[in-house]
Design a protein around this ligand. Structure first.
Ligand SMILES: NC(=O)c1ccc[n+]([C@@H]2O[C@H](COP(=O)([O-])OP(=O)(O)OC[C@H]3O[C@@H](n4cnc5c(N)ncnc54)[C@H](O)[C@@H]3O)[C@@H](O)[C@H]2O)c1
Length: 318
């Protein structure tokens, strides 16, 4: 599968490393509004300073949209309107109206549309999904969860440089947590109970804090959980805690480890880090999944629509 990359920013470097470590996929072309970004590319990749030219001339099978989140809609729409396949960095876009327009445009042209949910391929997430599938540790039914995505992007009353390219704490972090949870809970079985957002009108972001309370069903029984996103805590903390009948597990997404505590107090710690940066590990999962789906002519629109519904329910109440 040949990829064209649109937006050569901070995350592109990890994406390019992951592509080079994944079988069956290669980067052929790239575009950025800033022509200096050509210097970040390997010599084998052709740089275009014009998006229309890229979409017209490139032999890529699909285009990965890695531009700042508020621009995903206009860039992805241009890709689709050129009758080309878009893979969009999560979130797909920033409102339900934009989402409807993108999905309608893709379906009308019979084009697949992918969303790249990189956090859901964290090593610690993959590991726990596998343990559950193999029925290891026998923790029983899931009762509840708490998933926190905290970045130090609001400091001394202002947004820090880390916030550049992001839309807001909830829009960016909420979907990370929801995509992780969807590996363990069927998202069709999740419903929003309440959403609470903190917006500051003088800041160029949709919110600096956002929380969603969810109800879910597993094995016919209800459970409850909280997704908590925050730019004001001054720390990088990314953790999902899951409470089961017979114990609980902590998945540390920033440090790639898991801590399991059985009900009798027995504690086990698993270090799942590799010699590669965690974001390279995430994108290796994204690209493996993408090439598999591409071969079968599938996309992840159904999952993506369910996750965006749960996301927007909290910050765009009806
Ligand atoms: N930085 C991270 O840790 C991280 C992690 C995962 C996902 N993401 C997501 O990846 C996306 C990009 O984030 P980033 O941190 O790399 O941003 P960035 O600001 O570092 O880079 C964005 C790049 O896109 C270019 N650009 C801006 N508008 C453009 C347009 N209309 N057309 C073409 N190029 C354009 C900019 O010149 C820049 O080079 C965002 O959606 C973000 O949420 C970021």
């Amino acid at each position: 599968m040949k990829i064209g990359l649109i937006g050569i920013g901070k995350i592109a470097n990890y994406q390019m490393q992951a592509i080079s470590h994944t079988k069956g996929i290669s980067l052929v072309d790239a575009h950025d509004l800033d022509p200096v970004k050509v210097e970040e590319l390997p010599g084998s990749v052709t740089f275009y300073d014009d998006l229309d030219a890229l979409l017209k001339r490139s032999k890529a099978d699909a285009f990965l949209v890695s531009t700042p989140t508020p621009t995903h809609f206009e860039v992805a729409m241009k890709v689709i309107e050129a009758d080309r396949v878009a893979i969009v960095e999560k979130p797909l876009c920033i409102s339900p109206a934009q989402e409807d327009a993108l999905r309608t445009a893709a379906v009308t042209r019979k084009l697949p549309l992918y969303t790249a949910f990189h956090p859901s391929y964290g090593r610690e997430v993959e590991w726990w999904v596998e343990q559950r599938a193999q029925k290891n540790f026998d923790l029983g039914r899931l009762l509840g969860f708490e998933s926190c995505i905290s970045d130090p992007y609001y400091l001394h009353g202002e947004l820090s440089l880390g916030a550049v390219g992001k839309a807001g704490a909830w829009i960016d972090g909420g979907l990370s947590s929801l995509s992780i949870l969807a590996r363990l809970i069927d998202p069709s079985e999740m419903e929003l109970v309440d959403g609470r957002m903190t917006s500051v009108p003088s800041l160029n972001c949709s919110e600096i804090q956002g929380l969603g309370i969810y109800r879910f069903m597993t094995d016919g029984q209800p459970g409850f959980g909280v997704v908590d996103t925050n730019w004001t805590l001054g720390k990088n903390h990314k953790m999902t805690r899951l409470w089961y009948e017979n114990g609980n597990i902590e998945l540390d997404h920033a440090r790639e480890y898991a801590r399991l505590v059985r009900r009798d107090g027995d504690e086990l710690v698993f270090n799942l880090a590799t010699d590669k940066p965690r974001l390279v590990n995430h994108y290796r999962g994204v690209f493996s999944n993408l090439t598999e789906m591409f071969e079968k002519g599938e996309d992840n629109q159904e999952l993506s629509a369910k996750l965006h519904r749960l996301l927007f329910a909290a910050n765009h109440p009806k």
